[in-house]
Write a protein that binds this ligand. Structure first.
Ligand code: SF4
Ligand code: SF4
Length: 171
């Protein structure tokens, strides 16, 4: 089967994440650590291919969970304060409800560095400042951004939802 560009990107990120995690058994990222999902700097932006993949995950959710996410998206569109909590986070479990379908930024966060844009997890940064993880070879997020630029147009998550609602009755 021919691999899509997004699938290849997912695999390359997963390989980097595995290398870092395997060499740092006390790495902070784990199920239940959801700080990055609770302090989004702004509404997430997704390429067309990321949205198409995420939409499959959303459509497979139980109706009550999709309803909850829809309400969260509606809140996001009106919220002017920052940071934001991602509406796809299961806040009780600290887990992503669309984990297999999550956007690329969620996969790189904590493992890829682009310091000037603040994509670096504050919790991991604090550990590094204490001297932890001296051997880590961070991923370069500029490379990820270049690859994302070939995956279709980029829109806010809220815009993608609005288009989906127009084309397919979500109610
Ligand atoms: S990136 Fe930071 S907040 Fe997110 S899971 Fe990893 S350690 Fe936790
Ligand atoms: S999509 Fe999932 S992993 Fe990404 S910010 Fe939202 S809850 Fe977190």
């Amino acid at each position: 089967m021919k691999m899509t560009t997004l699938t290849q990107l997912h695999e390359d990120i997963a390989a980097r994440v595995k290398t870092i995690s395997d060499h740092n058994l006390d790495w902070l990222c784990r199920l239940g650590c959801d700080g990055c999902c609770r302090r989004l700097a702004d509404i997430p932006r997704l390429t067309t291919e990321e949205w198409d993949w995420l939409k499959i995950g959303l459509a497979a959710l139980p109706p009550d969970q999709l309803e909850d996410i829809k309400l969260g998206i509606a809140t996001l569109t009106q919220q002017t304060s920052r940071p934001l909590t991602c509406p796809m986070l299961d806040q009780a479990k600290g887990a992503c409800r669309v984990y297999e379908h999550r956007p690329v930024a969620c996969r790189t966060y904590g493992f890829y560095v682009q310091r000037e844009l603040g994509l670096y997890c504050k919790d991991i940064e604090a550990r590094v400042a204490e001297g932890a993880y001296p051997e880590v070879v961070w991923g370069n997020h500029d490379t990820i951004d270049r690859r994302l630029s070939s995956l279709g147009e980029t829109r806010d998550l809220t815009e993608w939802f609005a288009i989906w609602k127009e084309n397919k009755d979500l109610d």
